[in-house]
Ligand binder design. Structure first.
Ligand code: 5RP
Length: 266
């Protein structure tokens, strides 16, 4: 990797090669999202536990302190909404000048393989990579499924991840699935696990993250399962320990319970 790109990549990952990205970009197609109404207030207590924030330029400028020490992965695709005709009809929303002006450590963009906008979104990815490469800016491809959550199986996700990697993505963000190793083994660049809708319990989250990492993921890009949890700081601390400190799901859950209980006034 070029020095600048490697340097940026090393800002958003830890020396162990792993990462905990906090996703807070949901408003770009969901509008107001539960617990993300005030992004700046939500994120402040979580900053000590996460390695990077995944956020749009609008929320970054309006809600995040520019003195922040946590690096930024800028969400640079969009143009559709949850109530519109097709979520996959996305374009690149943010110029390379803006990416540089905002001092982003990396950018992220969705591709919708198998959708009516497959060609358009894969072209978006290729063009974004062409814009970012001269400046050494890492590109994270997001293998989105729109409203069709049932698409999240190893065969489909391996196909999407491989295509994104072939187009030149620095890393790929995809969903956890059964047999996740089939996704990771067939992808020549690092794979990061996305979250999806909130699970009923935090241990379910710790279990799928742990399984994904055992099967080859380098970490996570999680949102709702952290900040929609009743105890977001405890959820984030448990994930940090699981990803970077080798805790298993039961140990991470114990840590979560301890922090959660400590937070309750006697
Ligand atoms: C939305 C995204 C999110 O960043 C990604 O889905 C992770 O968030 P969550 O864990 O809430 O699913 O790309 O399009």
């Amino acid at each position: 990797m070029d020095w600048g790109k490697q340097n940026r990549w090393s800002q958003i990952t830890k020396p162990d090669g792993r990462c905990f990205f906090l996703a807070m970009d949901h408003g770009y197609f969901l509008g107001p999202t539960r617990c993300l109404e005030k992004p700046g207030e939500m994120v402040t207590p979580l900053l000590p536990y996460v390695d990077a924030l995944f956020v749009t330029r609008g929320v970054l400028r309006a809600s995040i302190d520019p003195n922040i020490k946590v690096p930024i992965i800028l969400r640079v695709s969009g143009g559709s909404s949850i109530i519109g005709a097709d979520l996959s009809n996305e374009s690149v929303t943010t110029s390379i000048d803006e990416v540089i002006r905002l001092n982003a450590a990396a950018v992220g963009l969705s591709v919708f393989v198998g959708s009516d906008f497959e060609h358009q979104t894969l072209n978006n990815l290729a063009n974004l990579i062409n814009s970012c490469e001269p400046y050494g800016i890492p590109v994270m491809a997001v293998t989105a499924v729109g409203k069709e959550l049932e698409k999240r199986d190893a065969r489909f996700l391996a196909l999407s991840c491989r295509i994104a990697a072939e187009l030149g993505a620095t890393a790929v963000k995809t969903y956890w699935c059964e047999d996740f190793h089939k996704v990771a083994e067939n992808c020549p660049v690092p794979v990061v696990i996305a979250g999806g809708p909130k699970c009923d319990t935090i241990i379910e989250v710790y279990e799928f993250v742990h399984d994904g990492i055992q099967r080859g993921a380098i970490g996570v890009n999680l949102g709702r399962n952290v900040w929609q949890d009743a105890h977001p700081v405890a959820a984030a601390r448990g994930l940090q320990a699981l990803i970077h400190e080798g805790l298993n799901p039961a140990q991470a859950n114990d840590l979560y319970q301890t922090i959660k209980n400590d937070a309750v006034p006697a």
